[in-house]
Write a protein that binds this ligand. Structure first.
Ligand code: ZN
Length: 112
């Protein structure tokens, strides 16, 4: 078995994104579940500068994606690609309202 390469995670950047996800995005933004396509659960996140789309894989260890600038420019080298929008959508799936179940397990790699 080949060991998986650990993506870079800077604790302070991770904690900052978790804080902004829970205190800003979940409280002030609109997270609209768009549905599932090709095994990915899609959300539209509105409330920031522009609406963004977050896609979360329902299986496997692929990294969730977001169309925001942070997910493209900074999050890959600071938080394994996780921006505040992705974290907020994953936290939202853990509240029991997601038909696909709790997908917050994607956050475990960020915490360990
Ligand atoms: Zn984002």
């Amino acid at each position: 078995m080949t060991p998986t390469k650990k993506l870079p995670i800077r604790a302070s950047a991770r904690d900052d994104r978790f804080f902004r996800a829970s205190h800003h995005v979940l409280k002030r933004y609109e997270l609209n579940r768009l549905g599932v396509s090709d095994g990915w659960l899609r959300f539209e996140v509105k409330g920031g500068h522009m609406p963004y789309e977050v896609c979360i894989p329902l299986e496997g260890d692929a990294t969730p994606t977001c169309t925001c600038p942070d997910a493209k420019n900074h999050a890959p080298r600071l938080t394994a690609g996780f921006c505040k929008h992705i974290i907020a959508c994953l936290l939202r799936t853990s509240d029991g309202s997601c038909p696909e179940g709790d997908l917050s397990y994607h956050l475990l790699d960020l915490m360990l």
